[in-house]
Write a protein that binds this ligand. Structure first.
Ligand code: FPP
Length: 249
């Protein structure tokens, strides 16, 4: 966070009714770079600035949990140079933002197959996770080498192994059991999922956890996603009628 006074908040935003958990698909870095005749890596670098802006805003207004889709299992299939650049960017981000997270009481966590990350990134990630573990102001949760289907397969294997070992009966498995064996165990499900750059898809993101989330897709490309648009989306979220499959009371 910087020391400048933050811009005013929209009057319509009710700070008492914020989502407990916001999940974001940060899409459009490549298109932004193309539009500006830059290479895709520059788009990701600019995207990292947006990450800082949205984390700062979330912390400022009091969003308890923010999950960002920083790297999907499918992203490993991108050209080697792009994957390497994203890993470097991630490492730099973790190194640079560590102090800011400590100052602002932010706890960093990660979901996904983090064992697939290069060891230098994993070490940095583990160090920041450990350093911020007791912070309670906000949870910044990075989805890294994350895929929703892989997460469900992993959960299924764990539960199947428990059944095979006689430690669990099939009848005892309920929704809470499933939730407790996902990467997001202990976190509330997202109330709001925002996707930038206009695509109307989930892209293997939090498939179980988004069951009742409000979805908001904006055409804005991630590098241009502003604090103002984020706050306006939160206002729009508060105007939605969430029924969870029931009729209105
Ligand atoms: C999607 O844009 C974005 C990604 C695959 C990576 C997201 C990474 C960042 C925002 C920067 C680094 C993150 C952190 C946490 C420091 P795209 O490349 O798919 O864009 P396109 O669809 O326009 O090609």
């Amino acid at each position: 966070m910087n020391s400048k006074a933050p811009e005013p908040l929209p009057e319509a935003l009710d700070l008492q009714r914020l989502p407990d958990h916001v999940a974001i698909i940060m899409d459009g870095n490549g298109r932004w770079a193309k539009q500006h005749l830059l290479n895709r890596i520059k788009g990701h670098e600019k995207g990292a600035d947006t990450v800082r802006r949205i984390v700062r805003t979330s912390r400022e207004i009091g969003i308890p949990v923010l999950t960002l889709y920083a790297f999907s299992t499918e992203n490993w299939e991108r050209p080697k140079t792009e994957v390497a650049a994203l890993m470097q960017l991630l490492k730099r981000f973790l190194r640079k933002e560590r102090a800011t997270m400590l100052e602002n009481d932010i706890c960093l966590s990660a979901i996904g197959q983090t064992e697939r990350l290069p060891s230098e990134v994993r070490n940095e990630l583990d160090a920041v996770k450990a350093a911020t573990a007791s912070n309670t102001g906000m949870r910044l949760n990075l989805a890294l080498s994350y895929g929703g289907r892989q997460e469900l397969v992993r959960m299924t294997r764990t539960l199947a192994a428990q059944v095979a070992a006689g430690r669990l009966t099939p009848d005892a498995i309920d929704e809470d059991t499933v939730s407790a064996h996902l990467y997001t165990a202990g976190l509330p499900d997202p109330d709001l999922m925002i996707r930038t750059s206009g695509e109307m898809r989930l892209s293997n993101y939090l498939l179980w956890q988004l069951a009742y989330a409000e979805l908001y897709v904006t055409n804005t490309l991630w590098p241009e996603f502003s604090r103002k648009e984020y706050l306006d989306i939160l206002v729009a979220y508060q105007q939605r009628d969430r029924r969870f499959g029931r009729v209105r009371a």
